[in-house]
Design a protein around this ligand. Structure first.
Ligand SMILES: [Zn+2]
Length: 125
């Protein structure tokens, strides 16, 4: 493995195979460090269930992968690409309104109600 890949695996957690309906170019990882930092920054009192960094979704190692969770995080992937200076604006929203009322979180929670597999059902094995 390349040194950078090994470092990313250490810091973000190992990559895992994404569900079939996951958009191409999005990486799924399972870890704890980034979710612990996310939970601390969001004052959650526990690790975040998942944290999205551009096109990488890090799901906490102890949290079950669910279509709703991934739909939430895929909305953050969309925000990263659609909103200029997204990390800065996300941080400002959190500082002003807190985690729950952060408008990017409100949008992501709304996306949970339309999970991706609703339009592309997973195939039977
Ligand atoms: Zn979120």
């Amino acid at each position: 493995m390349r040194p950078l890949g090994a470092l990313l695996d250490r810091v973000l957690g190992p990559a895992v195979p994404p569900p079939e309906w996951m958009p191409a170019g999005v990486t799924l990882r399972r870890g704890r460090l980034v979710t612990a930092i996310g939970g601390w920054m969001g004052r959650m009192g526990a690790p975040a269930a998942a944290v999205t960094l551009r096109r990488t979704i890090v799901v906490d190692r102890d949290v079950a992968l669910s279509p709703r969770l991934l739909a939430h995080e895929l909305e953050h992937v969309r925000q990263w690409s659609a909103v200029p200076l997204f990390p800065l604006r996300y941080a400002l929203e959190s500082a002003r309104r807190g985690y729950w009322n952060n408008r990017f979180e409100v949008e992501a929670r709304a996306a949970e109600d339309a999970p991706p597999q609703a339009s592309a059902p997973p195939r039977e094995p």
